[in-house]
Structures are given as structure tokens and as C-alpha cells.
Design a binder for this molecule. Structure first.
Ligand SMILES: Cc1cc2nc3c(=O)[nH]c(=O)nc-3n(C[C@H](O)[C@H](O)[C@H](O)COP(=O)(O)O)c2cc1C
Length: 179
């Protein structure tokens, strides 16, 4: 699959099979992230430990419920909602606080989800795991996040199971040309 096809095919997947992705796929996705544009240091953590995944999911869900944000609270109230969607692999992107840290981590995350699509895998860019790390200050050490780094965003990857929790995307009137 070429780059344009992978970009066109990529969709947020919110329902995963339990099957783990291969170490080769993990390495290729990390390489894609590391080839992204960057403006400062960042770190990628791969979480495949089921217990830790469940804990991050539970903590993010509670934080969404208590966030005061209408959208997040309505999502968290959906029956069976799991912020990590049962994905077997979670990539956490962390960086020191700085003006370009979120942009840098997000550039890497975008390349990672496109690489995952090219490999025939499902993926989703996530911001909600950051809530779990804000709610539980001990979680960063448990996940091996480097000292002084904060979670900026995350990506889940796995084999797509079904269609759940889709969000409407508006593409009309989002482009203008000045020639
Ligand atoms: C900044 C940002 C944060 C996002 N956070 C989440 C998230 O926490 N959970 C989620 O399911 N999707 C999240 N998304 C994915 C969007 O919901 C999704 O990309 C959008 O609805 C368009 O759908 P598509 O990715 O299938 O094209 C996020 C996207 C962005 C850009």
C-alpha cells in the first residue's frame, strides 16, 4: 500500500480483537514515528501489559466522567465504553513540557497511525490517556516514562474487530485557495 492509499484508508478504529500485533509491526510503527518532523525531544513507550492497559483504561474512564467536559462525559457514559477500545498495544508519546511538545508528539503519532494502516492494522489517535496520567501521578513511573516527561498523546493499534463509537467528520467548507 502506498502512502496516499494508507492516508486515504486510515480511519479511527474503536473496537479491537485481542490478538497481539507482531514485534516487527511495533518496530515499523516506531520507526514511522521517529521519522516524523520534530521540534524537540520526545519518547515513545509501548504498553502491551494487559494489567497496565486495563488500569490506564479504567483511570482514563473515571477521569473522563469527572472531567466536566460535556463530550468526554457523554462518551464515558456510553455502555461498555473503554477509552482504549480493547486494543492490545498502546503507544504513549511523552515529551518535556514546551511550546512545541504536543505538536511534535502529534506529528509522530500521525505517522504511526498511517504506518499502522499501511500494515493492515487498525489504529486510533487518543488524547484521553493523558487524563489517566494527570489523575494518577504514580502512573508515569509505572509505565517507565522518562523523568521530567509528560504524556502528550497516545496511539492504540491492533486488529480491527468491528465498527463502534464512530464520530462524524465534517469536510465541507474546510479548505480555501489563494492563487
Ligand atoms: C487532538 C485529537 C484528540 C483525539 N482524541 C481522541 C480520543 O481520545 N479518543 C478517540 O476515540 N478518538 C480521538 N481522536 C480521534 C478523532 O475522534 C477522529 O480522528 C475524528 O473523529 C475523525 O475520524 P477518523 O479518524 O476516523 O477520520 C482524537 C483526534 C485528535 C486530532
Amino acid at each position: 500500500m502506498d502512502a496516499l492509499e494508507a492516508i486515504a484508508k486510515r480511519k479511527s478504529v474503536r473496537d479491537y480483537k485481542k490478538d497481539q500485533i507482531s514485534d516487527e509491526a511495533v518496530a515499523a510503527i516506531i520507526a514511522a514515528g521517529q521519522n516524523a518532523p520534530s521540534a524537540g525531544p520526545y519518547h515513545i513507550t509501548v504498553v502491551q501489559n494487559r494489567e497496565l492497559l486495563q488500569y490506564i483504561s479504567n483511570t482514563a474512564l473515571e477521569a473522563m466522567k469527572n472531567s466536566g467536559n460535556e463530550f468526554l462525559m457523554s462518551r464515558a457514559a456510553l455502555p461498555g465504553y473503554d477509552p482504549l477500545y480493547g486494543a492490545p498495544t498502546l503507544f504513549l508519546l511523552s515529551a518535556p513540557q514546551g511550546p512545541y511538545s504536543l505538536a511534535t508528539a502529534s506529528c509522530a503519532a500521525t505517522c504511526m497511525i498511517i504506518a499502522a494502516t499501511a500494515l493492515g492494522l487498525g489504529s486510533c489517535y487518543l488524547i484521553t490517556p493523558t487524563l489517566a496520567f494527570k489523575a494518577d501521578k504514580g502512573l508515569a513511573a509505572r509505565a517507565g516514562i522518562p523523568e521530567g516527561y509528560e504524556i502528550m498523546c497516545a496511539v492504540v493499534v491492533g486488529y480491527k474487530a468491528g465498527e463502534k463509537f464512530a464520530v462524524e467528520k465534517v469536510k465541507e467548507n474546510t479548505v480555501n485557495y489563494v492563487k
